[in-house]
Design a protein around this ligand. Sequence first.
Ligand SMILES: C[S@@+](CC[C@H](N)C(=O)[O-])C[C@H]1O[C@@H](n2cnc3c(N)ncnc32)[C@H](O)[C@@H]1O
Length: 306
Amino acid sequence: MEHQCYHIPVLLHPAVDGLHIKRDGVYVDVTLGGGGHSREILRRLGPKGKLFSFDQDKEAIRQVLNDEHKHEGTWTLINSNFRYLRNWMRYYQIEHIDGLLADLGVSSHHFDEAQRGFSFRSDAPLDMRMNQQANFTAADIVNSYSQQQLTTLFRLYGELHQAPRLAAAIVKARQQKAISTTMQLADILIPLLGHDREKKDLARAFQTLRIEVNHEMDALSEMLRTATDILAPGGRLVVIAYHSLEDRLVKNIIRTGNLEGNLQQDIYGRIQNSLRAVGKPIVPDNDELTANPRSRSARLRIAEKA
Ligand SMILES: C[S@@+](CC[C@H](N)C(=O)[O-])C[C@H]1O[C@@H](n2cnc3c(N)ncnc32)[C@H](O)[C@@H]1O
């Protein structure tokens, strides 16, 4: 559906400002999406600067391919999961980077393309893969995970207090017929959700499956560890998170240098952490929230490497 905007960038200027771009620096945008942040980074780079933009979704890469040529020598597109950041930087012989931006989760395009199965607003196969080459879908989860596994998922990733009931309803329904579409799943879950929070909780249940299908927490953990290692002194880490689990990992690594959030001290009691938070977390202002309601759960954190 090319007439639709692929994605409206969230917190565009605060995020790119947070990178403190040097004209000839090396930057990575691990979540290209519609390319909004990448284009703003390119605008601030000189001819000797470099930007590597990742997206695991071929469609995201495809829609900016023509522009890559216009920035030859500066812009490199990488169709890969960002968890392989370290390998890709090695491949391009990049030892250190001056900044990394991550705008996590899915793009509006994923919700707008009904066939991708991310949205409960239209009926489609229950898919939710960001990487369409992967062979594990949301339908595989709801039809094969045990009731206990489903309960844990809804509790952990969805923070849904109805987790055990949702899991039980899925297991019961699939005994009659495999669950293969978004509407089928919505119809199973809706009767168990509070009337006042129905949409919110359904969105959380769908988000739970999306996180699991795409192994989002593992990929984020791996990428954050690598980013911390490869940032040059003074380099910036800029992350926009959309739910508390993501944000917790980001906050932990910035505060303590590790994902668990354990403060580590040397024998003199000095805290061992090469990152330092820059300012407080930033959220969209009212103008942005009105113009782009999808920005509502965004939280931007910026850190600098010592
Ligand atoms: C919120 S959108 C980014 C939007 C972008 N900043 C813009 O301004 O248009 C997130 C994008 O990151 C991609 N993505 C999410 N997780 C990823 C991962 N682990 N590896 C690579 N790409 C990922 C998604 O496919 C999606 O296109």
